[in-house]
Design a protein around this ligand. Sequence first.
Ligand SMILES: NC(=O)c1ccc[n+]([C@@H]2O[C@H](COP(=O)([O-])OP(=O)(O)OC[C@H]3O[C@@H](n4cnc5c(N)ncnc54)[C@H](OP(=O)(O)O)[C@@H]3O)[C@@H](O)[C@H]2O)c1
Length: 296
Amino acid sequence: MHNVGCIGLGTMGTPMAWNIHRAGFRLGVYNRSAEKCSAFAREGIGVFASPAALAAWADIVIIMVFGPEALMEVLGGPDGAARSMAAGKTLINMSTVSREATLAAAEQVAACGASFLDAPVAGSKKPAEQGSLTILAGGSPDVLERVRPVLACMGRTIIHCGDAGAGTDMKLFINVLLGALMQSFAEALTLGTSFGLRVGDMLATVQSSAVACPLFSVKGTAIGSGDFEKNFPVELIFKDLDLALQAAGREHVPMPLTAAAREAFCAAMARGLADQDMCAVIRVLEEMTGRSVRDE
Ligand SMILES: NC(=O)c1ccc[n+]([C@@H]2O[C@H](COP(=O)([O-])OP(=O)(O)OC[C@H]3O[C@@H](n4cnc5c(N)ncnc54)[C@H](OP(=O)(O)O)[C@@H]3O)[C@@H](O)[C@H]2O)c1
């Protein structure tokens, strides 16, 4: 039986931690804003005052925070988890960060004699609640096998993508598609509305065509009913497209469509939509065109 410590109790980290608890592992938690730990404390779950204190207690430490800077803070900061990592312990980063941050984290953990796994996830709030995320693992196959029972509480599909860094690469790969598809869908729906087409008819057409996919079904329904409550918010897809474009620049891979999508999400951020679901990017187009993409 492992002691599993979870750092980061946001939209994703909270349900992931509950699933670890429900699977019977001994759970401990840390979050920068302490109030998000209260529900765990009420269930008798250990709440730790710092990532270092949590990592001293845990055999397996899972990090699920916003991005590269947050990862560096909870890992390498003055009270970071790295202070307590040692041989026999494993650190799993599940946050979406840059390849550079992943490799820097792997190096810091290895310097402590501990094991590291890169394991960002595909899937949003609902799959996190249902334990049906897709986990994109990078690292040694032995480490992956050792922690597989813990990962299996959170994800139904685990893909071993290669060495540390490959999970992060795969995550940016899939989110490039996600961001570009979302913006393209928002443009098509706005054009269709300007033609006078009904949203329900456009969604039915998409779903019976070659481009049918869960993204269009879920986001189309949300847009049609004006439900922009966040699952995967604008600020996260903006972060991920930004990370992908930085990597693409270094690799000399031109990505004009991704750059355009990044700018669309940037415009949504500028309109104060950072905390709304990524499908709220359509609200920028609605504002520009004076049209409302809704089912009456
Ligand atoms: N939401 C999704 O649908 C989804 C899907 C797949 C992957 N992801 C990825 O999963 C990760 C977490 O996403 P989320 O939706 O759970 O985000 P979130 O709800 O915004 O939560 C972010 C977490 O990071 C912590 N954090 C942020 N900056 C920090 C810092 N400087 N130091 C310490 N802690 C910090 C926050 O602490 P506070 O509570 O103190 O702010 C919070 O616990 C991100 O990398 C995201 O890209 C998200």
